[in-house]
Design a protein around this ligand. Structure first.
Ligand code: NAD
Ligand code: 0WE
Length: 258
């Protein structure tokens, strides 16, 4: 018996075998969930189709989160294969790279600010609202991924920190909107992990080394560990947990000094 037997999950945000969304998908599959995936663009299509088939899924649909038409067609398409949806996993973020370096205030622009908030926070609202109909009458759960930069200033994370603060507020407001329908909404604030989104980020190595040296567990977190907590939060074992941000960061956020 798995935690997620008979549940159907849509996974948004797989780009490689290092993606946090991939860790979550693997845990959910292991716990008995049936999966569907989306991919951002044609460059990722073949890869995501291969990842889907590894987890016994035949559903991989295009979804660029900046395009309302694509968001709508994901659910139109999904409803052809599935008569309902139990779980939405939102694991995407984007800010123009130039803004993720140097001083926040000097580098922030109106356009970069808008893009970061649109792709990293609004997209969760848009996908959540689009999931709503398929989730009726089945104790649905939605999950997103945040980072400590939402609540503490971090070097170089800059405008992404503001977008994650918005995303975390979004978790609470979506939980309020959807709670009366039995749908729960939660976030995981993960520690730094080497993924595509983290590659080429200046200072990523220092972030990882700092957590390894100072976190209570003296190491970094893995996508498998984030996946396990994600599977739990979207399972009926977490049926009274909503609007929460759960830290999966080897305790790093809890220390004052180490
Ligand atoms: P990743 O590169 O594997 O995943 C990022 C995903 O975002 C990719 O699948 C990409 O296709 C998608 N994406 C970007 N723009 C998009 C758009 N316009 N439309 C649709 N998809 C789009 O990296 P990851 O680290 O697994 O990131 C997943 C989530 O985890 C992000 O929200 C990220 O902020 C968060 N997170 C990452 C870390 C870390 O250190 N890696 C830590 C905490 C939280
Ligand atoms: O949320 C993130 C990264 C999200 C991200 C990554 C990129 C790289 C490619 C958003 N937009 C872009 N845009 C690109 O062009 N993380 C939590 C990982 C991360 O990113 C950092 C970090 C950490 C940790 C950026 C600066 C400092 C630390």
């Amino acid at each position: 018996m798995g935690l997620l037997d008979n549940k159907r999950a849509l996974i948004v945000g797989v780009a490689s075998n290092r993606s946090i969304a991939w860790g979550i998908a693997q845990a959910m599959h292991r716990e008995g969930a049936q999966l569907a995936f989306t991919y951002q663009n044609e460059k990722l299509q073949a890869r995501v189709e291969k990842f889907a088939s590894e987890l016994e899924s035949e559903i991989a649909l295009p979804c660029d989160a900046s395009d309302d038409t694509q968001i709508k067609s994901v659910f139109d398409n999904l409803s052809k294969s599935w008569d309902g949806l139990d779980i939405l996993v939102h694991s995407i973020a984007f800010a123009p790279r130039e803004l993720l370096d140097g001083e926040y205030l000097k580098n922030v622009t109106r356009e970069g600010f808008r893009t970061a908030h649109e792709i990293s926070s609004y997209s969760f609202s848009a996908l959540g609202e689009a999931s709503r109909e398929l989730m009726q009458g089945r104790n649905g759960a939605m999950l997103t991924l945040s980072y400590l930069g939402a609540v503490r200033s971090m070097p170089n994370y800059n405008v992404m920190g503001l977008a994650k603060a918005s995303l975390e507020a979004n978790v609470r407001y979506m939980a309020s909107s959807l709670g009366p329908e039995g749908i729960r909404v939660n976030g995981i604030s993960a520690g730094p992990i080497r993924t595509l989104a983290a590659s080429g980020i200046s200072g990523m190595r220092d972030f990882l080394a700092h957590v390894e040296q100072t976190s209570p567990l003296r190491r970094n977190v893995t996508i498998e560990e984030v996946g396990n907590v994600g599977a739990f939060l979207c399972s009926d074992h977490a049926s009274a947990v909503t609007g929460e941000i759960t830290y999966v960061d080897c305790g790093f956020n809890t220390i004052g000094m180490s």
